[in-house]
Unconditional design. Structure first.
Length: 552
């Protein structure tokens, strides 16, 4: 199978050199979690699977009320979005006059509520009314509206509008958190609407806010604003790239002892000490001196490993040193992602405003804009063909347009360079959050279900066909170095994509042999950039891979 395509790699943090590869050849050596290896595809991946991911969530526990005669429901009585946070979607319906109707309503609408404040429970017991923190349909006729929160100043003059009633609970034993969040859209005199919110520690009255009055439409809009603002796929992505389980699995793949080095105890200082010991091992390998056995033991003491009953291996080669440096790179990026969610950073914000939805909080910490691109858009079709033509056995699942807030200014310095190309950068899922926050990382042979496409400002290219370690920057008169491979995506099939007014070349053709470079030592072209600002992340993709056992 012929290999092709372009892959870009950013400079290692300990060097100013940026490597950009036109192939993801190394990705083929990875597991099912690996990024697409840009090889000639034996089969075209069906695009129909993409649509199956967007089925609307079923509407459960919703009971249609019988409208009163000639009564039209206002906007607040319309269906509300399903909660992404722990929230009740329905409640016990108010008792109806007939026993059979009561049983039917209860069977359809009853769900379990978590974290109900004691005050709300007591109120329900005293009044015998439906739970004030339940979400139900707007009753009519002989039914009663859900009661307003007793702590609200409008409790005696208003009722819940429609099913606009939410109770959220957050419990974190380690952080001694047991919080609730109450929100109701209240209707007063069938005209004025008020948004009531109350939050704090379970068992306490907490803080509160009453906003309004609003008309029905405005009130419902204000109510919906409190939910996660992210689109479903973006919210799911935040949960994936900040998953503690995923971070732990990434650490265990490097044989790191996650019991002795749990996520909460990982620090920049500890990772830096690991780098320092590895540099001493590198020096000992080059010129002798310190004992490799003693230095290896010191490294394993700084970065605890779990080798079971096997003897910890001595780090005795430059390749082993490079492997451990890459491991420290991943640990460093995991620490960056963990630090983004440090509650201490948000304490001051939380004193003056409500805590945002967890997914929104994670998203905001990245300082980047991610916008979903739909399959019908031209950008999606071009990127999808790029994947299919130059890769094998993968399916594009989602595509985001990326705008890192800190990248634009640096990239603008290269605005006069006209030779621009969209290149791949594969990476481990564990470092995606750090890349979005801090920029591209060099991760050779490491990839996953998430891929990046970066616009590279190549300018004048200096071509080589043999590795030249002496190159530490582009030669005078050149802006980049290209290691020309004997296999290329068919140049005649390239298209140009307009990105912010600039033409960016995107390969679309199958791999072909380049007779001009048939004696090159490189199987496919690699692009070397010596200034990180010459590359700007434009797209992020999630992939699904085809293996003998099916799709993964």
């Amino acid at each position: 199978m012929t290999k092709s395509d372009s892959a870009i790699q950013a400079a290692p943090r300990r060097s100013t050199r940026t490597r950009a590869k036109r192939s993801a050849e190394s990705e083929a050596e990875q597991s099912e979690e690996d990024a697409p290896n840009p090889k000639a595809a034996k089969q075209r991946v069906p695009a129909a699977k993409e649509q199956s991911e967007d089925k609307p969530a079923s509407k459960r526990g919703r009971r249609k009320a019988q409208p009163a005669a000639a009564k039209q429901p206002d906007a607040a009585e319309q269906d509300l979005p399903e909660q992404a946070y722990k929230t009740s979607k329905a409640s016990k319906a108010a008792k109806q006059s007939k026993e059979g109707a009561t049983q039917a309503a209860t069977a359809q609408a009853e769900t379990t509520m978590q974290g109900k404040p004691d005050s709300a429970k007591a109120a329900n017991q005293k009044t015998g009314k439906p739970a004030a923190d339940c979400v139900g349909s707007e009753p009519s006729g002989g039914e009663q509206s859900a009661a307003a929160d007793p702590a609200c100043p409008k409790a005696h003059t208003s009722t819940v509008a429609g099913n606009a009633d939410v109770m959220l609970n957050q419990t974190n034993i380690g952080a001694n958190n047991n919080k609730f969040y109450r929100m109701q859209l209240l209707r007063e005199d069938s005209s004025e609407h008020w948004l009531w919110t109350r939050w704090g520690r379970v068992g306490d009255k907490g803080q509160s806010q009453l906003q309004g009055p609003f008309d029905a439409d405005t009130g419902l809009r204000e109510f919906k604003k409190k939910f996660s603002k992210l689109e479903g796929p973006t919210k799911d992505l935040m949960e994936l790239i900040f998953s503690d389980i995923m971070f732990q699995q990434a650490m265990q793949e490097f044989d790191i002892d996650t019991e002795r080095l749990p996520l909460g105890q990982l620090s920049k200082e500890q990772v830096q000490r690991g780098y320092d010991v590895l540099e001493r091992i590198r020096t000992a390998l080059n010129s002798g001196g310190e004992s490799l056995e003693r230095l290896s033991s010191e490294f394993y003491q700084v970065i605890p490993h779990n080798f079971g009953r096997q003897r910890p291996p001595i780090i005795h080669s430059q390749r082993m040193v490079e492997d451990k440096i890459r491991m420290c790179d991943v640990l460093n990026d995991i620490e960056v992602a963990q630090d983004l969610l440090d509650p201490k950073q948000h304490e001051e914000e939380q004193k003056v405003e409500l805590q945002p939805h967890p997914a929104d909080e994670k998203y905001a910490s990245l300082k980047a804009d991610l916008n979903i691109i739909q399959p019908k858009e031209e950008e999606y079709r071009i990127v999808e063909k790029y994947c299919q033509a130059t890769g094998s056995g993968q399916q594009l699942m989602r595509l985001w347009r990326v705008d890192r807030h800190s990248e634009a200014a640096g990239f603008a310095k290269h605005s006069k360079l006209e030779n621009r190309r969209l290149l791949w950068h594969g990476t481990n899922i564990a470092v995606v959050a750090a890349i979005l926050k801090a920029g591209l990382r060099i991760m050779p042979h490491a990839c996953g279900r998430v891929m990046f496409l970066a616009e590279a400002a190549l300018g004048e290219e200096h071509h080589i066909t043999r590795d030249d370690p002496s190159l530490t920057k582009a030669p005078a008169g050149f802006d980049s170095v290209v290691a020309k491979g004997h296999t290329e995506p068919d140049p005649s099939q390239d298209v140009k994509l307009d990105i912010e007014g600039g033409a960016v070349k995107v390969p679309q053709g199958k791999p072909v042999q380049m007779s001009e470079y048939k004696n090159s030592s490189f199987s496919q072209s690699e692009y070397l950039l010596y200034q990180e600002s010459q590359a700007r992340i434009r797209y992020m993709l999630t992939m699904k891979f085809s293996h003998a056992g099916g799709w993964h």
